[in-house]
Design a protein around this ligand. Structure first.
Ligand SMILES: NC(=O)c1ccc[n+]([C@@H]2O[C@H](COP(=O)([O-])OP(=O)(O)OC[C@H]3O[C@@H](n4cnc5c(N)ncnc54)[C@H](O)[C@@H]3O)[C@@H](O)[C@H]2O)c1
Length: 259
């Protein structure tokens, strides 16, 4: 087990990739905090981990709210005695034509994808610095952060910001032996992409499911990814195997970028 005796917070762990990472971390021996705005779904992940013999706790937390974020870290420390790993996975996106982007759309995506990531990282880093034993922070970027897309401006910009924030945070936290890295997934079959599919289909005059099939057809490894595809990278970046790696954002996209 590669994360034995480690304590991890995974934000957005009630669904999709966050859920898959939480389940895998628990199997690797970590005690896992499932932080999400979806209370019942978060508890279901905890129950699944507990049934498998692991240790987990659900914490209701909107990453946009600094008070809730600090409470999430405090509850983690109270339950498990410290914090070693933060996965900033919570994120949202919407497909919108450039001329139709509203202030509300922009704020929603940047507040969750960037501001929330900052609050969580600050609160976790303060705890890790106080502990004095280093730590790992893993940020969820996207292939969308590597380039612009006509219908995806705000989401692409928010994920490009995540790549940049990963670099700055890594430099700020290097003196404390806290590694900060990112993961940039490609097209992952989650509830997130179901919504994206619906929005693309409406805008492009396609049937539901067609955008997912069309965009997936060009992935060099020949298939859309499933949430479990990112868990290997998430374990590596959380384990001591990556102690000399920081500032990096790793593409886990079946070779889709550059394309
Ligand atoms: N699915 C993809 O194709 C894809 C590709 C690249 C990157 N990503 C990124 O990966 C991450 C996970 O995506 P997913 O596809 O698993 O999504 P998902 O929609 O399945 O899960 C996201 C989770 O985040 C939670 N969440 C949303 N707002 C929150 C908030 N304010 N506070 C706390 N939790 C909140 C949701 O409740 C949900 O449980 C996101 O950051 C997403 O942008 C997704």
């Amino acid at each position: 087990m590669r994360l034995q005796n480690k304590v991890a917070i995974v934000t957005g762990a009630a669904s999709g990739m966050g859920r898959a990472i939480a389940l895998r971390y628990a199997r690797e021996g970590a005690k896992v905090v499932i932080a999400d705005v979806q209370k019942d779904a978060a508890q279901q992940v905890v129950d699944e981990i507990t049934r498998g013999g692991g240790t987990a706790l659900a914490v209701l937390c909107d990453v946009r709210k600094q008070g809730q974020v600090q409470a999430m870290v405090d509850k983690t420390v109270a339950a498990y005695g410290g914090l070693d790993i933060l996965v900033n996975n919570a994120g949202v996106g919407k497909i919108i034509p450039f001329l139709e982007i509203t202030e509300a759309d922009w704020d929603w995506m940047f507040d969750i994808n960037c501001k929330g990531l900052l609050w969580c990282s600050q609160a976790a880093a303060r705890q890790m610095i106080q502990q004095g034993r280093g730590g790992k922070i893993i940020n969820f970027a996207s292939q969308a952060g590597r380039r612009g897309e006509a219908l995806v401006l705000a989401y692409c910009a928010s994920k490009a910001a995540v790549i940049s924030m990963t670099q700055s945070m890594a430099l700020a936290l290097a003196p404390y032996k806290i590694n900060v890295n990112g993961i940039a997934p490609g097209i992952v079959d989650t509830p997130f992409w179901d919504k994206v599919d619906e929005q693309f289909a409406q805008l492009l005059g396609m049937e539901r499911g067609e955008p997912k099939r069309k965009f997936s057809a060009s992935i060099p490894l020949g298939r859309i990814s499933v949430p479990e595809d990112v868990t290997g990278a998430a374990v590596f970046l959380a384990s001591s195997d990556s102690d000399y790696i920081t500032q990096q954002t790793l593409n886990v996209d079946g070779g889709n970028w550059p394309s």
